[in-house]
Ligand binder design. Sequence first.
Ligand code: GDP
Length: 471
Amino acid sequence: LRVSPVEVIKRLMTNGVMAGQNQTIDYDTAALVAVELGFEPELEAAAEPEPGTPLIEPEEEPDDPASLKPRPPVVTILGHVDHGKTSLLDAIRKTRVAAGEAGGITQHIGAYQVERDGQLITFIDTPGHAAFTAMRARGAQVTDIAVLVVAADDGVMPQTVEAINHAKAAGVPIIVAINKIDLPAANPDRVKQQLTEYGIVVEEYGGDTVCVPVSAATGQGIGDLLEAINLVAEISELKANPNRPGSGVVIEAELDPHRGPIATVLVQRGTLRQGDAVVVGETSGKVRAMLDDTGKRVKEAGPSTPVVILGLEDVPEAGDRLRVVADEKVARQIVEERKRQREAQEQTQHARVNLDTLFNEISAGKLKELIIILKTDVRGTAEAIKGALERLSTPEVKIRIIHAATGPVTDNDVMLAEASNGIIIGFNTRVEPGAKKRAEAVGVEIRTYNIIYQLLEDIEKALQGMLEPVY
Ligand code: GDP
């Protein structure tokens, strides 16, 4: 590499590897350092595999387009606190009781389904963008459509804006539900007006965002909202192949004192069946029993269906992926392998963007966009810095500010950065202790500045690979 050992050790340290000059490091770590120094590492043709060589997990095969069938949309409700997310979920849930559906009482399992005009809709029962982005940060995209709730008497509030930006970062279509229209102080027009400032233009203003006035309290407009969801779902042409082994994602999980680990899984592809051997994150098991959202035993569950499964060895985490494998033995092997890989990866925490390695990533063609979350003391500054940063975009790399707001850097910001592989810039603002801890744990870079030109200079230098590393 033609650099001094000290240089290599420094690089290792910034990647969280504490190694001395005479220590052996593994290929991945070595490759990482080499890439950072502008080299292209190549693994020599492997000799005999070592004992305990990883069992390569079979990739999920892509589906033949002809095998794809329409599936219900999966909807998450987002919005500012107290604008009625929970009430709306309750009101929607009640429509099935009103429809006289068998087993009308819904268990809380983290998700539920309702029917409208013969179409099923799946709702994620944990509202808010924190949960939504936490899942994304773990690599699980579950939501097809976001319903943005805005109280008609209160209008667009800071978390409304956060929710918009989190939904946009996920690339999920937004439907606006203007809630509390039963209140005398309700002013839906003001809400629509305010939303345009954040790039949400409703249909009657010439935009393409569907907007439905509702009241979670009286039930007014709930049917219209469900129809709007069906409409947007139809446009999105959501499809999956039900005729393959099931796979999906954990919505929530807990240890039940009587039944052992239980997990609500949203099936995303294929069909999950009782008796299937499954791997879920870092645990495995056999599906001993499955319950639907009314608590009824079911034998199988297809795409977009939430089910509670019993029979796992351990409690998985929300966001963990589930997949069906040949048998329990294979399941256990895969779990072992996953644990091993995670441990190896933890030793060489990398892969996240940071300014020090930005240039190498750009040069290697791996990075086309620098995603930034910007927090400032006052709104005017946010706008000014946002504009100035965007102008630093080069033909090689575009600078995209996916969220700019006032206030301290929070846990939610870190999650958004994690989910979007971005960095956080704080200007004249503090970093909440929880956010700092999380950022360190997951390797998200937070930079704080008090002087604009220094901020801009750092980014500019980072883009050119001229930033002095800080140790
Ligand atoms: P969340 O924090 O967004 O989940 O909001 P909640 O569902 O907890 O609702 C906050 C408050 O607003 C509660 O006191 C609800 O009873 C009330 N609320 C929710 N929806 C409506 C509505 O449509 N009309 C009226 N008048 N009050 C509502």
